[in-house]
Design a protein around this ligand. Structure first.
Ligand SMILES: CC(C)(COP(=O)(O)OP(=O)(O)OC[C@H]1O[C@@H](n2cnc3c(N)ncnc32)[C@H](O)[C@@H]1OP(=O)(O)O)[C@@H](O)C(=O)NCCC(=O)NCCS
Length: 196
């Protein structure tokens, strides 16, 4: 997956300066430490448990193969957030990308999630994706509000779709954003030409 966006990029948040950069294999230990600190409940929206070293190793392999792109939010030398775009070009949905993001509890509510979501959304647009989806447990009110503010709308509710280690099940909401339609509307209004 290629993009013209250049990294690292720095943003100011209430948690201080945060650097966004691409994740690489060298980040494995730092990302594992980040994932292990997250409450399990905050990981249920990802199909596999990324706090498991085997899952993380598979993630890095897939990243190196080009099947997904991950951005890290780094504060000092600590990973405080991660955003990923997953796209399967060999599937029947090569035009669809899924955004997955999570921010460390220590910096939540300080604007890191908003900045990371904007960055990852911009990256997804640059990749030429026509539709972007995101999914989360229905009780992640902050995440739903964040994605809705980017223009995502609820498309599906999957009842009892995920189960935590105690056996409790949770519903998943799937949000979607038809970016191709929005882009076409902007072009019809002449907006890209006006702002370029
Ligand atoms: C979603 C998540 C990344 C947001 O991270 P964050 O760093 O706390 O985000 P921010 O501080 O930038 O806040 C984002 C917005 O959500 C709003 N928000 C936060 N909690 C909220 C809540 N409970 N209800 C409504 N809005 C809420 C904030 O007011 C803010 O809006 P603003 O920018 O207009 O002020 C974080 O909550 C998280 O990691 N959740 C668990 C994982 C998850 O469910 N990810 C989504 C799957 S893709």
């Amino acid at each position: 997956m290629s993009s013209k966006r250049t990294y690292p990029r720095r943003v100011k948040t209430e948690a201080g300066e945060i650097e966004f950069r691409h994740m690489t294999a060298a980040d494995e230990a730092a990302v594992l430490a980040f994932a292990k600190k997250l409450p399990v409940h905050d990981l249920l929206f990802i199909p596999r448990d990324i706090s498991n070293p085997k899952v993380l190793a598979a993630w890095i392999k897939e990243m190196e193969r080009g099947g997904l792109t991950s951005l890290l939010a780094v504060k000092g030398s600590e990973v405080v957030g991660c955003g990923t775009i997953v796209r399967d070009e060999l599937s029947w949905s090569p035009h669809v990308g899924e955004i997955r993001m999570v921010v460390s509890k220590d910096v939540r509510g300080t604007g890191v999630g908003r900045s990371l979501s904007q960055e990852i959304f911009a990256l997804a647009l640059e990749m030429g994706l026509e539709k972007i989806v995101a999914q989360m447990t229905v009780d992640q009110r902050g995440a739903i509000a964040l994605f809705e503010s980017l223009g995502f709308k609820a498309e599906a509710l999957l009842r009892g779709q995920v189960k935590d280690k105690t056996g409790k099940t949770y519903d998943i909401v799937v949000l979607g954003h038809n970016v191709a339609q929005v882009r076409a509307q902007l072009e019809a209004y002449g907006v890209p030409a006006a702002v370029s």
